[in-house]
Unconditional design. Structure first.
Length: 213
C-alpha cells in the first residue's frame, strides 16, 4: 500500500511501498507483486518496472463510470468479476437514491482543495462528476483540467451558492473572499471519501446531495 492509505483497517498490516513521489524499489522487488496499480498520471514513474516481471496498470478516473471500469478490471484480475459487478450495481443504486432525494438540486458549488494558490476541480476530475450526479453543479466544471489553479477574479465571477473546502484547505482566505456566502469545511474523514476514487464513491455523492446551509 502507499503512505496515504488508511482505509480499510487491513491496510495497516501491509508493507508501505511509498507515496506519490517516491517508491521503495528494494521493497517492491522483494515482495514481487504481479501487478502495480497506479493512476494514469504516474506512468513515467513505473515504466521501468515492465522488464522486472511487474506489470504496471494505469487507472483512469475522470468520471464515476471510469471508477466502475477500474473496479471491474480488478474483479477480473482477482477472479471476482461477479463480485465486482455486484459492487458496481450497489454503488449505482445508492447514487441514484441520493440524487433523487437531494432537496436542493441545482445548487452551484465551488469546491476548493487549496486556497494559496487557489486549487479547484475541473472537467477532468471525478469530483466534478460526483457533484453533477448529486444533482448539483460545480462552477468550475468547464475548466479543461483535472485540478486547475484559478484566480480570485474567476471564482468571484462564478458566483457560487456555496463553497465547500476540504480538510487541508485554509479557511480564512476563503472567508475573506466570500464574507457573505455559506462555507462548509469537510472533516478529514469526509475529505478522504471525496478525494479517493474507489468503492466509497457513493458516500461522496451523498455528502454533496445532503449539504446543509
Amino acid at each position: 500500500v502507499s503512505k496515504n492509505c488508511d482505509f480499510p483497517e487491513d491496510v495497516k498490516t501491509k508493507p508501505i511501498i511509498g507515496d506519490y513521489y517516491y517508491i521503495n524499489e528494494e521493497l517492491l522487488l522483494k515482495i514481487k507483486p504481479k501487478y502495480f496499480l497506479s493512476n494514469d498520471k504516474t506512468e513515467f514513474m513505473l515504466i521501468k518496472y515492465k522488464n522486472s516481471g511487474i506489470k504496471p496498470l494505469y487507472h483512469k478516473y475522470e468520471t464515476i463510470e471510469d471508477i466502475y471500469s477500474n473496479i471491474l478490471i480488478l474483479g477480473r484480475l482477482t477472479n471476482k468479476e461477479q463480485r465486482a459487478k455486484d459492487i458496481i450495481e450497489e454503488i449505482s443504486e445508492k447514487i441514484k437514491f441520493f440524487n433523487q432525494n437531494n432537496r436542493h438540486k441545482g445548487v452551484k458549488i465551488l469546491y476548493l482543495l487549496q486556497s494559496k494558490p487557489i486549487i479547484t476541480i475541473g472537467k477532468k476530475s471525478f469530483i466534478t462528476d460526483v457533484i453533477k450526479k448529486s444533482g448539483n453543479i460545480s462552477v468550475t466544471a468547464e475548466i479543461d483540467a483535472n485540478y486547475p489553479v484559478i484566480n480570485e477574479e474567476f471564482i468571484i465571477k462564478a458566483n457560487p451558492d456555496i463553497i465547500v473546502i476540504d480538510y487541508y484547505c485554509n479557511y480564512e482566505p476563503v472567508r475573506k473572499l466570500f464574507p457573505d456566502k455559506p462555507i462548509i469545511v469537510m472533516n478529514k474523514t469526509q475529505t478522504d471519501i471525496i478525494d479517493r476514487p474507489g468503492p466509497r464513491i457513493y458516500k461522496s455523492v451523498e455528502l454533496f446531495s445532503n449539504l446543509i446551509f
